[in-house]
Design a protein around this ligand. Sequence first.
Ligand code: BGC
Length: 784
Amino acid sequence: MIQQPAFPVEPWAIRETELRLATLAQSESVFALANGHIGLRGNLDEGEPYGIPGTYLGGFYETRPLPYAEAGFGYPEDSQTVVNVTDGKILRLLVEDEPFDVRYGVLRSHERVLDLRAGVLRRTAEWVSPTGRQVRVSSTRLVSFRQRAVAAIEFVVEPIDGRFPVVVQSDLVANESIPDASGDPRAAAALAAPLVAEEHDCRGTRAVLVHHARGSGLRVAAAMEHLVEGPDGATTVTESFPDLGRVMVTADVAPGQSLRIVKLLGYGWSGERSGPALLDQVAAAGAGAAHTGWEGLLAEQRAYLDEFWERSDVEIEGDAELQQAVRFGLFHTLQAGARGEQRAIAAKGLTGPGYDGHAFWDTETFVLPVLTYTAPHAAADALRWRSQTLGLARERARTLGLAGAAFPWRTIAGEECSSYWPAGTAAFHINGDIADAVIRYQAAGEDPEFERTTGLPLLVETARLWRSLGHHDTSGMFRIDGVTGPDEYSAVADNNVYTNLLAQRNLLAAADAAEAHPRHAAELGVNDEEAASWRDAAAKMMIPYDSALGVHSQSESFTRHQMWDFESTDAGEYPLMLHFPYFDLYRKQVVKQADLVLALYVCGDHFTDEEKARNFEYYERLTVRDSSLSACTQAVIAAEVGHLDLAYDYFAEAALMDLDDLEHNTRDGIHIASVAGTWVAAVGGFGGMRDHGGRLSFCPRLPSALTGLKFRLLFRGRTLHVDVNHSHAGYVLLDGEPLEIEHHGQTVRVDANHTLELEIPPIKPRDPAHQPAGRAPAQRRPPR
Ligand code: BGC
């Protein structure tokens, strides 16, 4: 586990001042750079040692067969796995003839800094070689937000104690060996040499490699170009082989002099384009980067991030560590989607191979709510990706005997890749999650083109799915039986509240959209009768409620199940799914992650305040948080119902998930939903922001430990700035026409350049809520 002192607290950076080989893999995830298209793990420049080497391209995958001991109809036959593509990060240094390798000689100093404003990873190291030579190595790495096919590294070598020959070998390497997968189902399938060489070429200080993935046939090209500045007499040798491109720079360097190499990388991939076409594409990317130059790339990166922070920053007053973590989370959320351009946003972004690089509902439910209000173009692109896979989702629905579209539980390219159907195909709520993300994006922006071409088909086809998946029972109620909700410790249950409420919203939104766009809806075959059937189903939606307990039942009969024996469960037996059979988890009251509590947030307009409080307290006793997707939601509802200090503990847990490696698997990649959830916990929790019915409302309230919270967000082309302290909230538009919002239930108008100061009404203190034995979140303050 990464110990906190390795990352001193500072507002705009994550800094590591000591290299700990035992936690190298975790730090590679934390220091990963990505733009949604290219992802580079924070591997050391010299390639070794490494935890997990990783270079990923959004949407690039290899197929692998899914083995079944007992097959069943409709089980997917193949899965898709993210590929560690051609590695261009490597710059090996030889001092005299001794390779710079931190495992040998003496590493006198080491520092890596992820700079959240500059968008770069900087490293400096001073090393004494086994033969006693002292050298300083500095590198700065970026994955460009502006030029999406480009990454670049500046690498500088300076001798400290005398003149000596240095050699820098700058590599492009395909088919690196990667460590074997662990037995943890959340890790990735290890692929041995998945790339087949097609072409290699080199000239001057350039080299390029073209490969295709053996099973998927997808083709990838990687090119590198170098700008070298060194003492007179520096020489270069360039060579290429099927799996290796190498530019070798040799120079005699004296103290006070340096050898500086700027390495420009261009990446491209395609399922259609030929090798020569891809070669041209990456050559063009490299030429573009060379034209911009290193300083230009840095300046562009800074400008892109300046704009991002200007409209999206969240300021936490009173907890410097969480301030850092919130910005870290926003940065990684942006990195996951910024230039995804119609490819999936994976659960780990492009930071590691965890979950095989698959995208889940994490995207629509946790990441897109953040991107919708901070980088809406990225949210729209992620939804366009879903709509591009509609053909596959329709086919999947047909296989399942259903109408409309059934989107995959986990995938890279759109095909269902889940082999465990109770927590895969049965998790139909993903379709409602997608619809909900469409509804939110459309309400927050003004994008009529998107509504017609992307939103409408997604809403219509998911509504059709619900209409065929559910049925009206003899009393006329609309039931959706045999589905799995967000809580994966219950499966194949009837009438999951979260699922049914989202389905209801989805059905109504589809009917409304069809009415708003009659011509386009007719092209999709929607007629009045069909739209009316959606409205009927929505009106009669079954929402289970246990009147004896006075709470909603997560799914029908859930509240009558036997309680899990929390008292006898050891701390070491969590996560439960790694220590107990699913059959036992499924038949007892134990909740892996917020499910009914997520419904209280996402569909909060369906519940009264009293229902929210009772439901929260009931499910709080059952929720073990064996998923990183839970804490942020618990934070939001704990804050809403008045457990503000508990909310603060959950907020901290979501925020520190990866910086503190709380689930011990940050090595496999950043938990993008959790880091995005940090924004949700701050803005939705302490800002009390909701967007039900396309209207923004706020019920801000701070926990005792915070003195202030400020955030900005984009809504219908305006930037709204909210500034909260314990007694008041201030609202102001930084630009644009006046906007109506709600503050604690009161409708108000917010104008540009004039802060509207409103009082925060006091809240009734609540008795503490209780968690399962041993599962309370770590307390961030003195006992409540
Ligand atoms: C959670 C899912 C989630 C997946 C990927 C699982 O542990 O239960 O809800 O989609 O991880 O993050």
